[in-house]
Ligand binder design. Structure first.
Ligand SMILES: Nc1ncnc2c1ncn2[C@@H]1O[C@H](COP(=O)(O)OP(=O)(O)OP(=O)(O)O)[C@@H](O)[C@H]1O
Ligand SMILES: [Mg+2]
Length: 275
């Protein structure tokens, strides 16, 4: 695993970031962006210094969720760092915050990789306890760049219980494993829907798909999150049920990182940790 404090290889702007957490899923629309934001919020509410970067260069969603408009970076000098947007005490950076930086839909390889590296390495993160990386769907250039060229401390993998999501997610886990990066756990989203006035849970997308997947790869299933009724995108983080779940997820994440670092310090090779 790339070492976060390997000062020879890590750009200066990111050296004071203690932990970098990638939120992955090979499947689109499973809730990565919402979950990344909620984990960032839960960590911040513990009094930690938190940043969130949206690495979806084609369809950045964090800037939309945050209702923020793009900033002009026209006159930025080569060695100058971009100030992240600070909202509710979280530092945000996203392609959506940079105006005039639209990526052509056919951009591949070096271009995608370069844009992601720029987002991470040209931002003035300052001192952070956690930097959460919201990733785009898939197992392509963007994910490879993150796992191979960014000093990610650990990863979280998000899925829904649906078969199609589980099989995409399996590809994602295989990719992370192949690159010898640790995974701190799985999060199953949209696990059921329970109307406010009923006891019954409706398993709209099947039941316990991620539980099976967790067993298959000896990973911890950190949470099963219900599908909730939302009237406004920006209110998702205020939902009481999800909010309490995210406090638990962030506790488990922190614990997992502690274990990972301990194992690393005593020289135990890192694969899929925690149990
Ligand atoms: N538990 C939930 N209950 C209700 N709505 C949810 C839940 N989780 C996510 N959503 C909604 O589902 C949609 C997709 O979520 P989100 O954008 O976070 O997925 P994503 O995995 O980041 O998608 P993409 O792969 O396109 O980046 C959003 O409108 C989001 O508000
Ligand atoms: Mg997203």
């Amino acid at each position: 695993m790339t070492q976060i404090n390997d000062k020879l290889r890590i750009p200066k702007n990111i050296r004071k970031v203690k932990n970098i957490v990638g939120v992955f899923s090979a499947k689109g629309g499973v809730g990565k962006s919402v979950i990344s934001l909620q984990i960032a919020t839960a960590l911040k509410e513990k009094g930690l210094r938190v940043g969130l970067v949206d690495t979806d260069i084609y369809g950045p969603s964090q800037s939309v969720m945050l209702n923020s408009s793009p900033v002009e970076l026209k006159n930025l000098k080569d060695d100058q760092l971009i100030k992240p947007l600070v909202k509710d005490n979280i530092k945000f950076m996203s392609m959506g915050l940079i105006s005039g930086e639209k990526m052509p839909l056919i951009a591949r390889g070096p271009k995608v990789s370069g844009a992601i590296m720029q987002l991470l390495f040209k931002t003035d993160w300052g001192e952070l306890d956690y930097l959460i990386i919201d990733t785009p769907p898939g197992t392509g250039d963007a994910q490879l760049t993150l796992l191979q060229r960014i000093p990610v401390t650990t990863s979280l993998v998000v899925t829904t219980p649906q078969n199609v999501s589980i099989s995409d997610c399996r590809r994602g886990i295989e990719m992370i494993n192949k690159l010898n990066q640790p995974i701190s756990g799985l999060i199953e989203n949209m696990s059921w829907f329970q109307p406010d006035d009923q006891q019954k849970k409706y398993y709209l997308f099947g039941k316990d798909g991620a539980k099976e997947l967790a067993r298959e790869y000896s990973l911890e299933l950190l949470a099963q999150l219900p599908l909730v009724e939302l009237s406004d995108e920006s209110k998702i983080q205020d939902h009481p049920l999800l909010k309490s779940e995210f406090v638990k997820i962030s506790d488990k994440l922190m614990e997992s990182i502690k274990i990972l670092k301990k194992k690393k310090s005593i020289g135990i090779p890192q694969a899929n940790i925690i149990k």
